[in-house]
Ligand binder design. Structure first.
Ligand code: KG4
Ligand code: ZN
Length: 337
């Protein structure tokens, strides 16, 4: 089976072709970052219009890269949620229409299931059951995954997602959107422990998170100190250490609670270098393995949607001719395969 995957949930247009036997045949990505940078965040209407502008050329490029024609595609997968309604509608309508024209089945994909399964695109893949930490711009969740679609929520953020906290704190430090990766970069020059941020909700049992207080702590720290480059780097370092320590502590607890031996980290923040280092230290001398997607598949992409779509299509999940999207869509509502 060969599936064309389309991702348009936020500010990245991604199109890829995944083949069950041969693996990933092509992967095309267009980022709208520059478009939204002028506004300091994603403008939903502009995002939708830009997806519309880019989607068809990207599909053509993905087919060309894979050396395929439309007749070689057996199914079309598109992100149906969660995400921005207008942006989702572009990918969903184009995907559904193409599947109709090509006389192949279409399948809606849950964006977070795409992230969760992105590690399956690598050579060494995690086996079920595993604990998944989903850390993106919109979500922070700990999931017990016992099979495809068998997801139980262990904990989630009560307020800001981890990526959102990175982006908001980066903005306070005067860094351009999306500030997460940039904050992490300047944090490398920071002096650890000059500013010690709290580790929210780690002093009580449970697997939920809260990151909005860190942003306020950052705002107060910035206000009380000078704005030189070293101080900004030190604040970034203190902030990053607090987020990463908190995520690491909760992952350890989730592993202890479930008794699972595999940990999957997915979503944009899984690209964070400090997170990877601290998780490696946490699992050291424990009988636990941690899995990530390669860096380009940590953030939004079409490959993870093509893969997740293929898995669902294979077990007979398809969408009728109607087009619908779900901007809010809990991962736990997915049907097990
Ligand atoms: O998964 P993703 O590409 O999009 C969503 O589904 O939200 O995640 C984007 C988020 C942004 O908040 C971005 O700042 C954050 O992931 N991010 C990072 C890093 N790379 C991306 N945060 C911290 N460190 C990074 N290296
Ligand atoms: Zn995402």
């Amino acid at each position: 089976m060969r599936v064309l995957g389309i991702e348009t949930s936020c500010d990245e247009t991604g199109v890829a072709v995944y083949d069950k036997q041969a693996g990933l045949l092509s992967n095309q990505l267009y980022s709208q970052v520059e478009l939204h940078a002028n506004y300091g965040g994603v403008v939903p209407e502009l995002a939708a219009r830009d997806h519309l502008r880019k989607i068809v050329p990207l599909i053509q490029a993905a087919l060309e890269e894979a050396n395929l024609s439309a007749a070689d595609i057996n199914g079309v997968a598109y992100t149906a949620g969660p995400g921005l309604a207008g942006a989702l509608l572009v990918g969903a309508s184009v995907g559904r229409a193409l599947a109709f024209a090509w006389k192949v089945p279409a399948v809606p994909v849950h964006h977070m299931e795409g992230h969760l399964l992105a590690a399956m695109l690598e050579e060494h893949t995690p086996a079920f059951p595993f604990v998944a930490l989903l850390v993106s711009g919109g979500h922070t969740q700990l999931i017990s995954a016992t099979g495809i679609g068998k997801y139980e929520l262990l904990g989630k953020s009560m307020d800001d997602a981890a990526g959102e906290a990175f982006d908001k704190t980066a903005k306070l430090l005067g860094l351009d959107y999306p500030g997460g990766p940039m904050l992490s970069k300047i944090a490398q020059q920071g002096v650890p422990d000059r500013f010690i941020f709290p580790r929210p909700m780690t002093d009580r049992p449970g697997l939920d998170f809260s990151f909005s207080g860190l942003k306020t702590f950052a705002a107060n720290t910035i206000r009380k100190n000078s704005r030189d480059d070293q101080t900004c780097a030190d604040i970034a370092c203190g902030f990053e250490d607090a987020v990463v320590d908190t995520l690491t502590i909760k992952c350890r607890r989730a592993l202890e609670k479930t008794g699972f031996k595999n940990l999957v980290i997915a979503g944009g923040v899984s690209a964070n270098h400090t997170l990877r280092t601290k998780l490696a230290a946490m699992i050291y001398k424990r009988d636990i393995e941690v899995f990530y997607a390669r860096l380009e598949f940590c953030t939004d992409n079409g490959a993870m949607i093509a893969y997740a779509g293929m898995v669902r299509l294979e077990s007979g999940v398809t969408q009728d001719l109607s087009v619908s999207v779900r901007p809010r869509w809990p991962l736990t509502e997915l049907r097990p395969l």
